[in-house]
Design a protein around this ligand. Structure first.
Ligand SMILES: [Cu+2]
Length: 246
């Protein structure tokens, strides 16, 4: 009896203490949304907005499509996805492996009212825009999908290719001459009017290249005469070195 009473007293004390603690936890959880998680996923980790090197705008529509549906990034890069819902129903962009996305999607179908939130997803109301800042720490082929019930099944998914750091040896490739026509920092691309690209067997022309490093696009501007190295990296014409022409 005495023990029971003590237990009750202890429980009462526990709840008295626990209640404010639970409230404090709730508050802490809300602010945690702005703190950067260090949890490592197969496809990377939450990125620090201060380290964003590239911004990729992704549109979601009621035709169950992402635009673009193919995204290529480099290992180590921190990307800000600016996710816009141009439709009239809720959509979301969730990053992951296809297996994870399908599993997650199955759970969403079982619990349709479930609200989920994680740094690798943006749950976006019609007409709204939300960001995902993500650092791609591992190379590989990943995906993104909308896990609103039925959307993934209707084809609302995209491919996310994280290229490895190993680039072809730029020092061994010949340099080419050209002039900068356009710099697209958001897309990580540069348009060059160039002379012959001997290593690629291409005649002089104006071409769009991917920039191997976002920093390259900070060093040059349209009209600049440049000396550069162009190589094919994972099948994509890429500028792996660029400098002002001597
Ligand atoms: Cu959707």
């Amino acid at each position: 009896m005495k023990n029971t009473m003590m237990m009750s007293a202890m429980l009462a004390a526990f709840w008295t203490l626990a209640a404010p603690a639970a409230l404090a936890h709730e508050g802490a959880h809300k602010t945690a949304a702005t703190a950067i998680s260090t949890e490592e996923q197969l496809f990377g980790r939450q990125g620090d907005p201060a380290n964003v090197t590239r911004e990729i705008r992704v549109e979601m529509s009621d035709t169950m499509r992402f635009t673009p549906s193919d995204v290529a990034v480099k290992q180590g890069e921190t990307v800000r996805f600016v996710v816009h819902n141009k439709g009239k129903v809720m959509h979301e962009m969730v990053l992951g492996t296809m297996a994870q996305l399908q599993e997650h999607g199955a759970m969403m179908r079982q619990h349709p009212g479930m609200e989920h939130d994680a740094p690798y997803m943006a749950h976006v109301k019609p007409g709204a825009t939300q960001d995902i800042v993500w650092q791609f720490t591992r190379a590989g082929d990943f995906n993104f999908a909308c896990l609103v019930a039925g959307h993934l099944e209707s084809g609302m998914k995209g491919a996310l290719k994280v290229g490895g750091k190993a680039a072809p040896d730029a020092a061994a490739a010949p340099r080419s001459e050209g002039e900068v026509r356009k710099v697209d920092k958001a897309a990580g691309k540069i348009t060059l009017r160039h002379g012959e690209l001997k290593n690629l067997g291409m005649p002089p022309m104006t071409m769009v290249f991917r920039a191997a490093e976002p920093a390259m696009l900070e060093r040059v501007k349209p009209g600049d005469k440049v000396s550069f190295v162009a190589q094919k990296v994972e099948g994509i014409f890429t500028v792996t070195e660029i400098d002002a022409a001597q």
